[in-house]
Design a protein around this ligand. Structure first.
Ligand SMILES: [Zn+2]
Length: 140
């Protein structure tokens, strides 16, 4: 079980995951590492497909692995993109993150080598996420 104790450690997991990216079409490699509330790291990479719409982003792969293992609360995500400047998560990933993470959720973005890092919150990227009322919830 992988653990992370700092943003730098989480970023290293994201950079490492980038190396597993399957990106034969775009050559745009991304790695992500999500930290659960109890300190476990789940890493993911982008997985492209000939049918481009089926491509999976690294962020959603990492989150899906954690959710599939029973985790529902998260402390941070780190994203490493194969670019000279840190890349932002796409809208689909932000919406999926908003399902499980508060608006204050830290989002660390870095480059292939992890040399340039930027820190945001989920709110910075997606201040008004789409929300459905969960079955059994009271009206607001
Ligand atoms: Zn995405």
């Amino acid at each position: 079980m992988k653990k992370a104790s700092s943003p730098q450690s989480l970023l290293k997991h994201a950079v490492k995951a980038l190396k597993n990216a399957y990106a034969p079409y775009s050559k745009y490699k991304v790695g992500a590492a999500v930290l659960t509330a109890d300190g476990v790291v789940y890493a993911g990479c982008n997985i492209e497909n000939s049918s481009h719409g089926l491509t999976l982003c690294a962020e959603r792969v990492a989150l899906a692995k954690a959710v599939a293992d029973g985790h529902r609360k998260f402390s941070a995500i780190a994203i490493a993109a194969g670019t000279r400047t840190p890349a932002s998560p796409c809208g689909a990933c932000l919406q999926v993150l908003s399902e499980f993470c508060p608006t204050t959720f830290p989002v660390y973005c870095t480059t292939t080598e992890g040399t340039v890092t930027r820190e945001f919150t989920l709110h910075d990227f997606l201040p008004h996420s789409f929300k459905l009322k969960k079955t059994g919830e009271d009206e607001d």
